[in-house]
Design a binder for this molecule. Structure first.
Ligand code: ZN
Length: 309
C-alpha cells in the first residue's frame, strides 16, 4: 500500500468514488463551475462540510519529496483527494480541467461537460427534460457562448434562418438554444434591457431575466446575439405582443394603443410597467460590448411586424 493510501485509510477519508459523486453534485449547485482547489478554499471547505470531515481530516498534509528540485512538498491530503477525484472525472470526460476551462472563461476552474451535467441530474434524480431550463454551464454550451459573443458583427445581418425546418430538436440545436440564452443574459449582465430588473432565486441558481428573440423562432428568427434582448418576464411578454419596440437608436417606443386601455391596466401599485416608457426618451440597457447590440435588421422587422402602431 502506498504512503498516500495508508494516510487515506488512517484518517478514514471518503473514497475517491464518493468524492467524485460529491464533486458532480457540488458543480451542479454552483451553476456548473468551481474554482481549482488550491485557491478555492470555500469550495474545499464546502465539500468537507458535506462529508462532515473533522479538523484532522481537513488539515493533515502529505509530505512528498520533489526529486527535480530536491525539496519536500507538503500538500493537504484533502486537496489531493479532491484533485485526484476531479482528475478521474476529467479522464471520464465528465468535467473539463482548469487548464482547458481557462481558454474558454479566462478563469482556472473545473466545469461540467454535457455528460457530467447528465450524470449530476441522474444523481440528484432530476428528470432530463428539466435540463433545458436549468442555467447550468457546461463546457460545450460555454463554447457556443464564446462563439456567439465574440462573433464579428455583420454589417448587413439576416436575422432569418431560411433553411430552418424544425422537425425534431437535435442535440446540437438544444445546445445552441442554451448557448443563446446564456450569452444574452450574461451579455446584458442579468438585467432586463427595459426596466433594469435584476434578481435571482435564493439558491442563486436561476435568473429571473429571460433571453428574448427579436425575430421569434416562430418566424424563423436566429439564435444570434444580434437577434436577442434580455428582458424580465413582464417586459418579455409585452415586447412579444407588441406593446413595445425599439427605435434604431435603441429608444424604447410604446404603442399608442396604451391611450385606449383602462388606466388601472399595466400597473403594479405605483409602478406602471408600460406607460413609464411613454416619454420617448428612455433607452434600452445594452451590453458592454457594442458588437453585441441588437442588429437594426432584427429591430426593423419587429417594428414592422410585431409592434402595434
Ligand atoms: Zn423589465
Amino acid at each position: 500500500m502506498s504512503y498516500e493510501s495508508e494516510m487515506l485509510k488512517k484518517f478514514r477519508m471518503p473514497s475517491r468514488k464518493e468524492v467524485e459523486r460529491a464533486l458532480l453534485i457540488t458543480l451542479f449547485k454552483h451553476n456548473g463551475v468551481i474554482k481549482e482547489f488550491a485557491k478555492g478554499e470555500e469550495i474545499v471547505n464546502e465539500i468537507a462540510d458535506d462529508f462532515g470531515l473533522n479538523e484532522n481530516q481537513r488539515s493533515v498534509v502529505l509530505e512528498r519529496i520533489y526529486h527535480k528540485e530536491n525539496r519536500i512538498v507538503k500538500t493537504p491530503l484533502w486537496h489531493r483527494l479532491l484533485y485526484r477525484s476531479a482528475d478521474f472525472l476529467a479522464k471520464g470526460k465528465l468535467v473539463s480541467r482548469p487548464t482547458s476551462t481557462i481558454l474558454l472563461t479566462g478563469t482556472k476552474e473545473w466545469m461540467l461537460t454535457e455528460n457530467g451535467f447528465d450524470k449530476a441530474l441522474k444523481l440528484l434524480q432530476i428528470p432530463k427534460a428539466q435540463k433545458e431550463f436549468l442555467p447550468i454551464k457546461s463546457y460545450e454550451v460555454q463554447k457556443i457562448v464564446k462563439k456567439l459573443s465574440e462573433a464579428e458583427r455583420p454589417e448587413n445581418y439576416n436575422p432569418f434562418d431560411k433553411g430552418k425546418k424544425i422537425v425534431k430538436i437535435t442535440r446540437e440545436s438544444a445546445l445552441r438554444t442554451r448557448g443563446f440564452r446564456q450569452s444574452i443574459i450574461e451579455g446584458y449582465d442579468y438585467k432586463c434591457a427595459f426596466c433594469g430588473m435584476k434578481i435571482n432565486s435564493p439558491d442563486s441558481l436561476l435568473w429571473e431575466v429571460e433571453a428574448a428573440h427579436i425575430v421569434p423562432h416562430s418566424s424563423n428568427g436566429k439564435d444570434d446575439i444580434w437577434n436577442g434582448l434580455a428582458l424580465c418576464h413582464l417586459h418579455h411578454w409585452a415586447f412579444d405582443v407588441g406593446w413595445f419596440t425599439l427605435q434604431n437608436d435603441f429608444t424604447i417606443q410604446v404603442s399608442p394603443e396604451i391611450n385606449s386601455i383602462p388606466a388601472d391596466f399595466g400597473r403594479m401599485g405605483d409602478y406602471d410597467f408600460i406607460r413609464i416608457f411613454s416619454n420617448k426618451t428612455s433607452k434600452a440597457f445594452l451590453p458592454k460590448r457594442k458588437e453585441s447590440y441588437p442588429h437594426r435588421n432584427a429591430i426593423i422587422w419587429h417594428r414592422e411586424n410585431r409592434f402595434h402602431k
